[in-house]
Design a protein around this ligand. Structure first.
Ligand SMILES: [Mg+2]
Length: 362
């Protein structure tokens, strides 16, 4: 089965609410859709979105990378899958968002070719997941209101974005903690906003107020692996590495140093499905569990992450896949269903994507 063409285009997706973290503020994003056609008529869909502050991949750089890789992949046989993936990753360094989008489309084709849903093709069974809901970093009263709305929507696990002044963050979390009922669990993501010392002060302060959180994600600068290690050695809190870990090699470095208790895998950070599976397998060797997350992106790429979660359900135990639930529109027909707070995989072959509406093909 030969790759005949690779098309890509844009859909502008407005968010229901402005999304704010310590790193970025967004009211919309550009979904970059990839469509690979083959000589036997099978069509594979992939997707990514720019995330300047996290991946460093802009809309322009993603489109340039797709343009660069397109002639390298066209004319190749899908059956040479390992060679294809190696080519994809070795032809250009970094630029993992574009690589993730292409990998997703290639895996979609590969699974359709054997008439299996992608998760089953990858060896998965689990079909239903409950996602966390992210609470944006805002004034306390706005965060409390968002918490109430998330609970009303049925979310039982909230990931609270902090990472501003840590003393103010304690007050934000205290107000949220006083709002939730006992069925709700809280997680904190500081998105690199604190120093290691701030982080210790924060954890001591919330412990003093009897505020319970499941984990503290990426409190320090992404290059400060020693800072993560400092925290892990001095607290009993579960420390999660997110922006510090892009590649499988990063995962090995963090795990060898015992600098994190959990790893947050994202397809756009690592470069796609094959790398995400590698990272989950590396974590299993070190007996470390994973979360699977996303940037602000659409239902194809976040759906693909859910398929990965299914195939490594022993390692990947937390699902931070709420991005499509923040979107005002879902241009994707078919595929994974995002019905807040639930994510449900279908039995359709591949990703099950039938069409994407409103794409401005380039
Ligand atoms: Mg994070």
């Amino acid at each position: 089965m030969i790759i005949k063409n690779i098309a890509f285009g844009l859909v502008h997706v407005p968010l229901i609410k402005v999304f704010k973290t310590a790193l970025r503020t967004a009211d919309s994003f550009d979904m970059i859709v990839v469509k690979i056609t083959t000589d036997v008529g099978i069509v594979g869909y992939g997707e990514t979105a720019p995330s300047y502050a996290v991946t460093g991949n802009s809309k322009e750089s993603i489109l340039k990378t797709l343009n660069f890789l397109k002639p390298i992949l066209i004319g190749r046989d899908i059956e040479d899958f390992t060679i294809l993936l190696n080519l994809l990753h070795s032809s250009i360094d970094l630029n993992n968002s574009a690589k993730a989008a292409l990998e997703i489309a290639l895996y979609d084709i590969k699974a359709q070719n054997v008439n299996q849903p992608l998760f089953r093709y990858l060896g998965g069974v689990k079909k239903e997941f409950k996602s966390n809901m992210t609470i944006s970093l805002n004034k306390t009263e706005v965060m409390v209101q968002d918490t109430i709305e998330a609970m009303q929507s049925g979310f039982t696990s909230l990931k609270v974005k902090l990472g501003s002044d840590y003393k103010e963050d304690v007050l934000r979390l205290e107000a949220i903690s006083n709002t939730i009922d006992s069925s709700i669990s809280l997680k904190v993501d500081a998105n690199q906003g604190w120093t290691p010392t701030d982080s210790i002060e924060f954890l001591n302060a919330i412990e003093g107020k009897n505020i319970v959180i499941d984990f503290l994600e990426q409190p320090v600068n992404r290059f400060d692996i020693d800072g993560l290690k400092y925290l892990k050695d001095r607290t009993s809190m579960c420390i999660v590495a997110d922006e510090s870990m892009f590649s499988p090699k990063d995962a090995i470095e963090i795990l060898e140093k015992q600098a994190a208790d959990m790893i947050n895998i994202k397809l756009d950070k690592c470069g796609g499905i094959s790398k995400a599976i590698q990272i989950a397998d590396i974590c299993k060797l070190y007996d470390v569990k994973c979360m699977i997350g996303c940037m602000m992106q659409g239902a194809i790429s976040v759906g693909a992450a859910a398929h990965v979660a299914s195939c490594r359900s022993d390692s990947i135990i937390i699902y931070d896949l709420d991005s499509p639930m923040h979107c005002r529109i879902n241009p994707v027909e078919g595929g994974v269903k995002f019905d807040a707070p639930n994510i449900v995989l279908s039995e359709e072959a591949g990703l099950g994507v039938l069409d994407v509406k409103g794409v401005r093909w380039l």
